[in-house]
Ligand binder design. Sequence first.
Ligand code: GLU
Length: 435
Amino acid sequence: MASKHRLSTSKIVHPDKDPVLNEENPFDAMMSRFDRAAELLDLEPGIYKILRNAEKQITVSCPIVMDNGEVEVFTGHRVLYNTSRGPGKGGIRFDMHVTLEEVTALAAWMTWKSAVVNIPFGGAKGGVVCDPLKMSVGELERLTRRYTVGIIQTLGPDSDVPAPDVNTNERVMAWVMDTYSMHVGHTTTAVVTGKPVEMGGSLGRREATGRGCTIVTTDALDHLGMHVSKSTIAVQGFGNVGSTAAMLLEEAGAKIVGISDRDAAFHNAKGINIKQAIEYVKKNKSLKGFKGGDEIQGSELLTLDVDVLLPAALESVITTKNAHDIRAKVVCEGANGPTTAAADSILDEKGVFVIPDILANAGGVTVSYFEWVQDRGGYFWDEKTVNDRLTEIMRRSFADVLALSKSHKGNMRTAAYMLSISRVASVHRLRGIYS
Ligand code: GLU
């Protein structure tokens, strides 16, 4: 079986044994998990070949006039990985480290994520290479609009629907929606999700990813015979996902003993007051200088002796270098790709229960789906309805993945990939190949 899938050059082996492969390359990380699941599913070579390639990759130059009158040219990407199950869905990130390869991996992850929660979307992702923290609001608006025009051919409620991601937010989505609407000649709310509620956004969307993490963490602890109200938790990243998950887990009775952002990390064995931390970050834009715990190194946060570790920042933070030192019993991947493929087996050997990213952080895209449905129907739901439906989908998906992991005697990540790849593959079989 293995030979038929060896089209991939991305098989991850331990980096010490094969120094050519880069453990921290997100596309390699995605492909190695994909390969493992494809082998277990005995996926036919034709579908395997289709699913290991992105459908469409767009790269655009975005010239804008900066506030000082000079012209700067930024590079932006949008990748549609697979749209067999529905429109491409996935966020746009603004970050200095964006590359086409990273965006492609993230678009593939979105494909598996939408499929694992069984919502009718494909996978897409966008990114612009920039440092938004160094740009004025005016510069960000001009960049967003120019990037939107650059990728406008792909955008549309039936083809490609962006959302917020790292360093983008509701305001950026409002500019994308307005630019698109101006071009097509009518207001089109369903072209983006994660918009302000006043212009067709969904109640509960902002909190959805963190809420989804909370739901699956609670279910994982129950499964392991533990209880969220008696658990200790460390959260890496204090942006929208990390701060919301920390707040909701604290509300559920957990003790949040560690938090961090890109500037600082804190430990407090008695529990950090998360509402205070959120207020502090609102005022100071970062956790730097926060007084609610002892300051520790960012790397120490990952290896704290806790029940749950919730990485909610960027990719590749749990690697072969630190996986041996992880002491958490549960890792809930709030970020996309926080664990490298090579680190998976180390966590497995240690018996860590990992809730994989494509399941753990799928709450965001699930409520994006609700937002898209509400926009298209022109009928809006109250917040309780949104949260109840989110809970139902997250719990059902967790149970589906857990059942598959038991029947295949594998871990949750492989089961999640198997479930989602089999759903995407089945649509390809039914649709056939148009040629
Ligand atoms: N950026 C989020 C993610 O990675 C949300 C995507 C969406 O809602 O389309 O899941």
